[in-house]
Design a protein around this ligand. Structure first.
Ligand code: C5P
Length: 228
């Protein structure tokens, strides 16, 4: 008898829409694994910089992507730390500059192709919460539940601003808003795996919702679909 595939819940959306908070709460509640696919693109951008690889050189970036080995370790407080070549680079790759570099290389078809299998390898029992831009459309099209989070641009910029300030990065809100706008435009308009909701996604506008309210809305759906 064929075994049922390991279940996946995907959470896609633009930066600052609340994906990270939702995947954290959901993965803790369900005791499922979590994939922060954006962190993989960020580590790759970091690897390009440390290997002096030009972000526009698709062949070289794809080569690095094929060999990329990042380790994601869960700390005692549930936070996921990114370890690359023996170093904890979590704080470095969270900077907005790193998000910008990640989004540049993420528009390259060969780079995306090289990272798909690596992302799919996170699908382990008892289940996976996958956060990103193309989780429901490309990487896990058979996900049991697909969430697409959106929120007004100014609210998303403020959330990112508070996150970065909380991590000790001093940024200007106006500049951050401009950078996020550019990054989203690039993510939405790229030819491969653009940032769009899957046809069967549940779209939640989190503009006026707290992280807990979004989580509760998703839990309603989880219980309606009897995913536990
Ligand atoms: O989610 P995060 O802000 O960490 O992602 C950084 C960048 O990586 C995004 O702006 C996007 O360009 C890229 N990305 C992607 N596909 C994913 C996850 C992230 O293209 N599944």
């Amino acid at each position: 008898m064929k075994e049922d595939p390991i279940r996946v819940i995907t959470i896609d959306g633009p930066s600052g829409s609340g994906k990270g908070a939702l995947s954290f709460l959901l993965s803790q509640w369900m005791s499922w694994n979590v994939l922060d696919s954006g962190a993989i693109y960020r580590v790759l951008a970091y690897s390009c910089r440390s290997n002096n690889v030009d972000l526009l050189n698709e062949n070289r970036v794809a080569e690095l992507a094929r060999d990329l080995k990042a380790d994601f370790q869960t700390a005692e407080n549930g936070e996921i730390r990114t370890i690359f070549q023996g170093f904890d680079i979590s704080d470095i790759i969270r900077r907005e500059e790193s998000g910008k570099a990640a989004s540049k290389i993420a528009s390259m078809p060969r780079v995306r192709e090289a990272l798909v299998l690596q992302q799919q390898s996170f699908r382990k029992a008892p289940g996976l919460i996958a956060d990103g831009r193309d989780m429901g459309t490309v990487v896990f099209p058979d996900a049991i539940l697909k969430i697409f989070l959106s929120a007004d641009e100014s609210v998303r910029a403020s959330r990112r601003y508070l996150q970065l300030m909380g991590k000790g990065e001093s940024v200007s809100l106006a500049r951050l808003r401009g950078e996020i706008e550019l990054r989203d435009k690039r993510d939405i308009s790229r030819k491969v795996s653009p940032l769009v909701p899957a046809e069967d996604a549940l779209i939640i506008d989190s503009t006026n919702l707290s992280a807990t309210e979004v989580f509760e809305r998703v839990l309603d759906e989880v219980s309606r679909l009897k995913i536990t």
